[in-house]
Design a protein around this ligand. Sequence first.
Ligand code: SAH
Ligand code: SF4
Length: 357
Amino acid sequence: MIDLYALSVDKLGEMLAQWGEPGFRTKQLWDWMYNQRVASFDAMMNLPKSLRDRLSAETTLGVLELDTERTSQDGTIKRLYKLPDGQLIESVLMEYDDERRTACISTQAGCAMGCVFCATGQMGFARHLTSTEIFEQAMYFARDLEAEGNRLSNVVLMGMGEPFHNYDASLEAIRRLMSDLGIGARHITISTVGLVPMIKRFADEGLQVKLAVSLHAATDDERSALLPINKKYSLQDLIAACHEYVEKTGRRMTFEWTLIQGENDTAVQAHTLGRLLNGLHCHVNVIPLNPTGGFMGTPSASGRIDAFVNTLSEYGIPATVRIRRGIDIAAGCGQLKSEVTRRERPRPVQEDSDPAR
Ligand code: SAH
Ligand code: SF4
């Protein structure tokens, strides 16, 4: 089967020419795929039945197979997709009152970075996704929204995996989100754990795409304990790369800070962070921890969250507390996959009966 979303317009034209179709069919098919965003060949009304039948027999509109879907009380939709080789990846759609529809998509099956509080990090790395597999996650949501008269407005590369560890495929997917799905660069965010050489490379791309860096701690000791990659790229190098990015692009950047009670929500950490970010055009997103099976930490209580944000404002650093969306459907990064896999392959009785869990 040929995955049509993997073909450029030229390749699509070549395929149709080989099938003996007239040239204008390429534009028609492209229009159904990317502008009308239909999910089936039957819906492609101006194509002859014989062509639709051949398309159905020999090609497919996407390779992602829906394994599990959950809808949260707040409207967040979480999907687990099976890839052709059996790997499972997650995508989330968040709907906001102001018409914003944001897809959160994965860039890898698993992740090699091993951040201790992250469900994906706890699973380890399986493989990189192709640019098409990354792109299709947004495409599928765009298709479903289109069918109900809505539009996908934003995409964040914040699902499973580290986008800068799979740099080329992630960037290719971003380019296609812009060109084929018509999503503006300013409505796309790429989030990295802080791979310094790739932040520098990204700064040179000349894209208006937003950059978010997962910081989570303001001293090397504490950051290394949470994010092992910090042992390779220290905070000093990371913050220097961020300054370079802001200077080169003229864009404000975002830092992400997952608040863990008693660990990185202290007054000392808040003041250290305030000093660390001094003079950097940035914004901090504060997100209370989503508890995961492999990490003992708990989310910060609301009083501590407020205190943290207030301390940052003393340093002139704007911070926003992000609501944890889809909490009832395991919408945190990698959480649905670990839950489903655990259910399918039960852990030994000994572990399950451990009262400490
Ligand atoms: N690998 C990239 C993007 C995917 S993770 C990165 O790390 O930035 C997206 C965000 O979710 C990161 O900021 C990450 O630190 C955060 N995150 C991971 N696990 C979390 C959890 N259990 N609770 C809250 N935030 C979490
Ligand atoms: Fe990977 Fe990001 Fe999870 Fe760290 S937080 S393990 S980089 S997905």
